[in-house]
Design a protein around this ligand. Structure first.
Ligand SMILES: Cc1cc2nc3c(=O)[nH]c(=O)nc-3n(C[C@H](O)[C@H](O)[C@H](O)COP(=O)(O)OP(=O)(O)OC[C@H]3O[C@@H](n4cnc5c(N)ncnc54)[C@H](O)[C@@H]3O)c2cc1C
Ligand code: FES
Length: 341
């Protein structure tokens, strides 16, 4: 992640691919001049700005293509009941149209040293996982497992591609398809610990992720090896900043990020992310609206208020994680450390 202004660009839709009855892949043309800005890591997402009924709506979509494996940038969108952007993209987007897109971002990415990977996907949650899966296998990860839950056979996105990958990689890739209409709901006993030392990546509907995460924690998987991506839309309308009434406003706040640990000036009303960026710290962020999770940080000292925290699971909140783009301190002393989430 960098602190360069994100800015949006217009990209042409090269193809729209029908994946299932309610999911389409959108392949985007990235012109040579933008190749560098659109370089990405497996697991990252694009932010799309789509006009629906006169309003420009912002939504994130994970790249389902894999860097270094697939030549094209591809996102895959599943229609949500009553969903404004997903309905527009799945029902009426055509090849040749232009889409307003912000370059790749996100911290749900493959650690460089990951040798074994366990993936748990539900429905459209497969999108970042297939990118991670293909990248890990192509990069030589010893072992990849995938538990992929869907309502029924007709809902399985990338069925043929996963079958082909299983044939190609043999024992290095183990894919377990779970169909609710055949197998019932996934229960804790269905979640295996995965290969020894594996990094675990979870993406899917909230109840599925909560169940898998709780099980993995019970099985002793350390939080450093648990990676969670939540598919949420920004709050609409955007929430007003949380008031700091009655709270103390610090003059400086402590920020730790990678090798940096320092106190930076704090101006009343700023978020912790704004304070870090204003002092030149290359803090991670993307949406700034509290729904992508890129700016997750551990609250080491003090207290904060947040207007939105949808990107955090209840468990993450219990562990003291906050969203720096939303957090304003309410105590004289406040210190955070940006962390992978
Ligand atoms: C990092 C990230 C990656 C993602 N990757 C993907 C991906 O790869 N593929 C994918 O399909 N999705 C992905 N998503 C989810 C995606 O961004 C959208 O949230 C999703 O497509 C739904 O958007 P929508 O506009 O269609 O629905 P929305 O219009 O936002 O509606 C969402 C839900 O709220 C209800 N709703 C809508 N308006 C209102 C209202 N005014 N009051 C009450 N309820 C309302 C709808 O009925 C619906 O159930 C990702 C999200 C994130 C944060
Ligand atoms: S930058 Fe997206 S949640 Fe903070």
């Amino acid at each position: 992640m960098t602190t360069e202004p994100r800015g949006t660009v217009m990209l042409r839709v090269a193809r729209v691919v029908e994946e299932t009855r309610d999911a389409r892949s959108i392949v985007l043309e990235v012109p040579p001049a933008l190749v560098e800005r659109f370089r990405y890591r497996a697991g990252q997402f694009l932010t799309l700005f789509v006009e629906v009924d006169g309003a420009k709506l912002k939504r994130c979509y994970s790249l389902a293509s894999a860097p270094g494996v697939d030549a094209e940038h591809k996102v895959t969108v599943k229609r949500v009941d009553g969903g404004r952007v997903s309905t527009r993209l799945v029902s009426s987007l055509r090849a040749g149209e232009l889409l307003e897109v912000e370059p790749p971002a996100g911290r749900f990415v493959l650690p460089a040293d990951a040798r074994a990977i366990a993936l748990y996907g539900g429905g459209s949650g497969i999108t970042p996982l297939i990118s991670i899966l293909k990248t890990a296998l192509a990069g030589g990860a010893a072992q990849v497992t995938l538990l992929y839950a869907n309502r029924d056979e007709g809902s399985v996105i990338f069925r043929d591609e996963l079958d082909a990958l299983s044939r190609r990689y043999g024992a290095r890739l183990s894919v377990r398809h779970w169909l609710d209409d055949r197998d019932g709901r996934v229960s804790p006993g269905d979640v295996a610990r995965g290969p020894e030392g594996a990094h675990h990546f979870l993406c899917g509907p909230e109840p599925f992720m909560a169940l898998v995460e709780a099980r993995l924690v019970a099985l002793g998987v350390p939080s450093s090896h648990l990676h969670v991506e939540r598919f949420v839309s920004p709050a609409d309308p955007a929430p007003a900043p949380a008031p700091t009434v009655g709270g103390d406003v610090p003059e400086r706040v402590g920020i730790e990020h990678e090798a940096i640990a320092r106190d930076v000036p704090y101006v009343a009303g700023q978020t912790l992310l704004e304070a870090a960026l204003a002092d030149g710290i290359d803090a991670p962020y993307s949406c700034r609206d509290g729904f992508c999770g890129c700016c997750a940080a551990l609250l080491l000292e003090g207290q904060v208020t947040m207007a939105a925290d949808d990107a955090l699971t209840p468990d993450a909140k219990k562990k003291g994680l906050i969203l720096a783009c939303q957090a304003r301190p309410t105590t004289k002393r406040c210190k955070i450390r940006f962390v992978e989430y």
